[in-house]
Structure formats: structure tokens, C-alpha cells
Design a protein around this ligand. Sequence first.
Ligand SMILES: N[C@@H](CCC(=O)N[C@@H](CS)C(=O)NCC(=O)O)C(=O)O
Length: 215
Amino acid sequence: MLQLYTYFRSSATYRVRIALALKGVPYTSIPVHLRKDGGMQHSSVFAALNPAQLVPVLVDGDALLTQSLAIIEYLEETHPQPALLPSDALGRARVRSIAQAIACDAHPLCNLRVLQYLQNNLGVTDAQKDAWYAHWMALGLEALEKDLAHHASTGIYCHGNTPTLADCCLVPHYTNAQRFYIPLDHYPTLTRIVHSCQQLEVFQQAAPHRQADAE
Ligand SMILES: N[C@@H](CCC(=O)N[C@@H](CS)C(=O)NCC(=O)O)C(=O)O
């Protein structure tokens, strides 16, 4: 059985939980509390597993995988159905582009360790930290909204009428924005797509509040 090192609020782990649920792959969750005692991701035991001290980590037998996008691509290759990448090269490039806009451009600027560094090392106030978060989230969401609105005729999800890797990334990102009270009225296409995803039980199973470690 696969093992997933997870934290209920981690959006990177949430991406992997969605992919596992969509593919119906069973796994055991191992919670890593990112805030308790300074963050269990920094414990010697976890740092030995992942020197980057970030979740998710997926364990498959003797193999240990990190990086949510790489993990989802691994699941795609080992459990091809249902496919989370389109069958055509252009479609795959498009889906990866949406996923990377979220996972590589927007999310890293708003990660816990970045926000903690701003506050603990650079001495920014709560209001300045919130402004940082809101700025980078809005920049990313605006670009995604324009991009997806332009392609909206292509289906009910980010790309077509079945969920893809792009939806695995969008839903956690949008959920994070909601948690931090980022105004989302300006993003009707993103809202529509997230709503479509959340109709599916598999997306609901992966949601933060449904995890065993949810607080
Ligand atoms: N690029 C990595 C990002 C992983 C990541 O940033 N995980 C966050 C939770 S969403 C984390 O573990 N943060 C701990 C910290 O910032 O100390 C991925 O996609 O897996």
C-alpha cells in the first residue's frame, strides 16, 4: 500500500490526494503537522526522508517520491486510468502549463516558510504579510482567469470534460485563496470550474476538512 506524508491544509498534498482519489488508488496517510512544535517537517526523522522538509512525500515500496507534480505524473504512468493528461501533445502541454502556473509560479511565493521568513527574519507586520499574500495570489489568479476564460468553450473543467492534472492544482489553490479571504468575485471561470470539480465525490474525499488530521 502506498503511504502519503500529508498535512490536511497543504495544497501541494491536496493535489496528490485528488489524483489518488480520481484514480481510486488506496493509500495510508501519515500526518506531518506543519506548525506544531515549530513544524514536524523540520524534525530529523522527516528531514531524513525529504531534505527539502516539505510535504507531500509518497512512499511506494522502497521508492520515495517528492514534488506533487512529479508524484502525479508517476501515478499517471503507473495507474493510467482514468487519464489525468490528454491524449494529444498540445493538450498535455496546455494542462501542464496550467498546473505549473499554480505549482511553480504562484504557490511558492505564498508558502508557509516564505511567510514565516518574511515575519520572523525580515520583521514584516501581519498586515504586510497579508498584503504580500494577497498580491501574489491575485496576480496568479488574474492570469489564470484570463487564460481559462479564453479557453472556456473547451469544457466544464480546466481542459475538457474530464478532470485533469490542472484541476488537481486549481482546486487546492482556490481553496487556499478562500481560506485567506482573497476576494474571488473577479474570477467567474475559476469559480465555475472549481464548483464543477467539487460536485465530484472524489474531490470531496480529498478536501482538507475530510482528512483524519483536520483540526
Ligand atoms: N513544489 C513542492 C511544494 C511543496 C510544499 O511547498 N509543501 C508545503 C505545504 S503546501 C510545505 O510542506 N510547507 C512547509 C514549510 O513551508 O515549512 C510540491 O509541489 O510538492
